[in-house]
Design a protein around this ligand. Sequence first.
Ligand SMILES: Nc1nc2c(c(=O)[nH]1)N[C@H]1C(S)=C(S)[C@@H](COP(=O)(O)O)O[C@H]1N2
Ligand SMILES: [Mo]
Length: 419
Amino acid sequence: MAKMLHARGLAPTAGAGLIGRRALLAAFGAAASAGGASATTIRQDAPAWLTAPGDPLSAYGGRSPLVKVQRILPPDPTGTGSSRTPLQLLEGTITPSDLHFERHHSGIPEIDPDRHEVVIHGLVRRPLAFSMEALARYPMQTRLRFLECSGNSSVLSRGAAPQVSSGSLNGLLSASEWTGVPLSILLDEAGVDPAARWVIAEGADAGLHSRSVPLSVCLDDAILALYQNGEPLRPAQGYPVRLFLPGLEGNMSVKWLRRLKLTAEPAWSRQETSRYTELLRDGRAQAFSFLMQPKSVILKPSFGLSMAGPGLYEISGLAWAGAGKVAKVEVSADRGASWTEAVLGEPVLSKALARFRLLWRWDGAPAVLMSRATDERGVTQPTHEEWLAPFAPGLGGYHYNAVQALAVDAAGKVSNVHA
Ligand SMILES: Nc1nc2c(c(=O)[nH]1)N[C@H]1C(S)=C(S)[C@@H](COP(=O)(O)O)O[C@H]1N2
Ligand SMILES: [Mo]
């Protein structure tokens, strides 16, 4: 059940009971005190933890055994495929490493860092090989960034919206603090040939996952990531080293990186031809659509997290944009007839997840909630219909970033709908 706030004196300023940015800031005191106002009884018993010493220290922590939040696994998780981050059960803007989504096409290789190297070759002055030890001696950069598979939410592009959790729909999305060596430094050392336009990145998994990356991206904010949330990468995220390309489709951030080959032309690898392309209505295919466009999802409430009767609720969710910062998120409680700007959690970082929040006084009548993000370029999420328009029916699906909608019925039950 979503938490209900019993606040008085907070008047909605826009349509359908939404209390947006302006009013919320003015009424901040009232809202904050409202959160605790639902306490009723003060306990008189003395549980064991108040009277006996607790557990000893440990060399590596774990979470409370009472916390059960897990990745969302496919019915048969033994092969290759993907697990998803249970977005609706998390808070804030960083994904715990253990809950980062996983997407792999040939399993998770177990790599001995002492026997692994990254080679830079092709159109360079001098080919180089970097041991993991050598890489770790270069200057590093740390950035909080999201990673999203371009297949995320694609089921929404095919017919009626399924009744599953938001994590099931949208959880090929996570955010970590990534630390690694800027690729530009290494390319500089290798000496880029003026004829080079592309960098073919190849992983050390059995399928030799490979993608063509424009050289300009590699000279911009690409890093060879060695650390995730302060620790060496998790095996599922590419231990001991992955290419990390902020804001671009996850498929290009090649894990278990073993080779970067500079070329004049793209490789037209399997991952950029048979997959991760969109068939257009005119029969041509759109390939190399790297950039993850602005997107947002309401997580509280969402499917499986119902409302507990009329009253004041905090609506919250995540927004992100591959091109830079999220400039604003608007929320509608009347199927898009009116929109109210939400509050974005500070700091809003480029190519990271932004948490948005606003209050909603729900009167108990059926409603349709929607959110739409606009990035700093001024690009806004399309509607579902607008998103579908260019693609051959049923054959688009990658890079789905349309506005999503949630229907709340009179009983407070939330379902996924198209609006
Ligand atoms: N070597 C290799 N890199 C890979 C993949 C893979 O199968 N092998 N999957 C790609 C895909 S499709 C995505 S969405 C991201 C997922 O990264 P994650 O598993 O760390 O979430 O890694 C990409 N890099
Ligand atoms: Mo992906």
